[in-house]
Write a protein that binds this ligand. Structure first.
Ligand SMILES: C[S@@+](CC[C@H](N)C(=O)[O-])C[C@H]1O[C@@H](n2cnc3c(N)ncnc32)[C@H](O)[C@@H]1O
Length: 228
C-alpha cells in the first residue's frame, strides 16, 4: 500500500504489479490543489487505482465516476474507494452502452507511451504514436463533458503532441499546455525505444539528452469545448 499526502489530503492507495500510482499522477495531483472541486461532477477517465477520483471526492466533489477498460483496475479502484471512505465515487468498466452523463470536470492520466496496445499493456500503452487513449478521451468528452466543462490530462513528450492537439481541435476542443515537468526515462522504456526514435524523426516524439541521461517532458493539458 502506498500512503502519501496530496495537499492536505492523506491518501492510502493499494497497488499491484500492473496498476500503480505513477510520477505522472503525483504531478497532476500537485496542480489540482488549485482547482475547487466543491459541487463539481467529476469523471476519472482511465481510473486505474482510482487515485485521481479519490482525491477529487475528498476535496468535496458532488459525485465522481471512474471508467477503465481493465476489469482488474475496476476491482482495485473499488477496494481503494472503500479504504479511503469515498461513498460518492463509483467505478465502471467502460462500455459502449454506459449511461451518458454530463461532467463538469474530466481528469485523466492516459496510457500514452508509444507502443502497440496488447493485453497486459493497458496501463501504459497508447499505440504507436502514444495517442490512442487520448483520442478515446476526446471522443468521450464530445458526448460527456458539459458545454462549460474542463478536462485536465497529462501527455508525455514521447507521444505525439501535435497529433493529439490536432485531434482535439477536429473534435471541437482547445488544447492548452498549462504545466510541464521533466523526469528521467526509466530502463523499461528500452523495450519501445526504437519506436520513440522513429517517431522523433517525424516530429512525433521528443526528449532531452544531457550527458547521456535521457528525460521526457510531461505536459499538463487543459482542454475545453471551443465556443461555437
Ligand atoms: C497510466 S494509467 C493511469 C491510472 C490512474 N488514473 C492514475 O492516475 O494513476 C492509465 C489507465 O487507463 C486505462 N485505459 C487504457 N486505455 C483506456 C481506454 N481506451 N479507455 C479507458 N481507460 C483506458 C488503463 O487500464 C489504466 O488503468
Amino acid at each position: 500500500m502506498k500512503k502519501f499526502s496530496a495537499g492536505l489530503q492523506e491518501l492510502c492507495i493499494l497497488e499491484n504489479d500492473k496498476i500503480r500510482v505513477t510520477r505522472y499522477s503525483e504531478f497532476l495531483l500537485l496542480y489540482l490543489e488549485n482547482v475547487d472541486f466543491t459541487h463539481e461532477t467529476i469523471c476519472d477517465f482511465g481510473c486505474g487505482t482510482g487515485v485521481l477520483g479519490i482525491y477529487a471526492a475528498k476535496r468535496g466533489a458532488k459525485q465522481v465516476t471512474g471508467f477503465d477498460i481493465d476489469p482488474a483496475a475496476i476491482e482495485l479502484s473499488q477496494k481503494n474507494i472503500a479504504l479511503n471512505n469515498c461513498p460518492h465515487f463509483e467505478t465502471y468498466l467502460i462500455e459502449k452502452n454506459n449511461p451518458k452523463e454530463k461532467y463538469t470536470i474530466i481528469l485523466s492520466n492516459p496510457a500514452s507511451l508509444p507502443t502497440p496496445k496488447s493485453e497486459g499493456k493497458e496501463f501504459f500503452s497508447g499505440g504507436i504514436y502514444g495517442i490512442d487513449m487520448i483520442k478515446d478521451l476526446f471522443d468521450f468528452c464530445q458526448t460527456d463533458l458539459k458545454q462549460e466543462g474542463r478536462v485536465f490530462f497529462l501527455q508525455t513528450s514521447l507521444s505525439s503532441i501535435n497529433q493529439a492537439a490536432n485531434y482535439a481541435h477536429e473534435k471541437g476542443f482547445s488544447y492548452k499546455i498549462i504545466g510541464v515537468f521533466q523526469t528521467e526515462i526509466r530502463d523499461h522504456y528500452h523495450e519501445f525505444w526504437h519506436q520513440v526514435e522513429k517517431n522523433r524523426n517525424s516530429g512525433d516524439a521528443h526528449y532531452l539528452e544531457i550527458k547521456g541521461v535521457y528525460s521526457e517532458i510531461v505536459y499538463l493539458v487543459e482542454a475545453k469545448h471551443i465556443p461555437r
